[in-house]
Design a protein around this ligand. Structure first.
Ligand SMILES: O=P(O)(O)O[C@H]1O[C@H](CO)[C@@H](O)[C@H]1O
Ligand SMILES: O=c1cc[nH]c(=O)[nH]1
Length: 237
């Protein structure tokens, strides 16, 4: 039952998928988390892994970067491979002093100026929201980062641009409570809404647009432990 972008058999994916943007982060997560992990798809270098974690089936697969890529993979996973819940474990740029480098943000909303969702319901400014149940569990999770005050709940901005410098936009978004910028959550939340599935984003702050601090790309591939604990708590129903 291959699709255009996933080559796998029925039953190869678990109902729950962890979805970082970066394929190397997916590989690292699978190696760390999954018992009896196997590669179930390897199209375009995007490997998908399925195994068990704490006795429950779990898959890990990267989304690639940006809303079109995330929309393709999430839609195919939900429509064709029986996936019900997707948790994005990503990175994001902080835009407010309320978050610091390596902090974790649970995206309780995702603003966007992307045409991806504007074209779904023309004329409507769609509210991109996560699964309430998963967000509630993520925010309540008693993790070391949460005890340190490093887990934040709030809105992110999903941009189609990584390199377009828009300081005034960032300032306005921060003034309206937005914590960070990334590139997939609004699209993922829209897919979940359209396909009757559940989605949540948990991001690590990998760079800060106010302080100009940033993690290296190696750090970004490795520094997901705090976010991962929160993501797993979101799936622990
Ligand atoms: O680290 P990931 O999960 O890929 O997330 C962020 O990093 C990429 C840009 O460098 C975009 O995908 C953005 O959303
Ligand atoms: O999309 C992203 C991801 C990390 N940092 C940013 O500034 N933007």
């Amino acid at each position: 039952m291959s699709t255009a972008h996933i080559s796998a058999d029925a039953g190869d994916f678990a109902p729950d998928v962890l979805m970082p943007g970066d394929p190397y982060r997916a590989r690292n997560m699978a190696a760390q988390l999954l018992d009896d992990a196997r590669v179930v798809s390897d199209v375009r270098g995007i490997q998908a892994y399925t195994g068990t974690h704490a006795g429950r089936p779990l898959s890990v697969m990267a989304s690639g970067m940006g809303s079109p890529s995330a929309t393709i993979y999430a839609t195919e996973l939900v429509r064709e491979f029986g996936v019900r819940r997707i948790v994005r474990v990503g990175t994001a740029g902080g835009i407010t002093s309320r978050v610091g480098l390596r902090d974790v943000v649970v995206a309780t909303a995702a603003h966007t100026d992307s045409a991806m969702t504007a074209s779904r319901i023309p004329g409507v400014h769609f509210s991109h929201t996560p699964s309430f149940a998963m967000a509630a569990r993520a925010v309540a999770a008693d993790t070391a980062a949460a005890r340190d005050g490093r887990v934040h709940a709030g809105a992110v901005f999903t941009s189609d641009h990584f390199y377009l410098d828009r300081p005034d936009l960032n300032t306005a978004l921060a003034a309206h409570g937005t914590l960070a910028i990334e590139m997939e959550s609004a699209a993922l939340y829209a897919v979940a809404a359209a396909e009757d599935a559940e989605a949540l984003t948990v991001v690590t702050i990998s760079d800060h647009l106010l302080t100009r601090e940033e993690l290296t790309s190696d750090d970004r591939a490795q520094s997901f432990q705090d976010a991962l604990e929160v993501a797993l708590a979101a799936l622990a129903d």
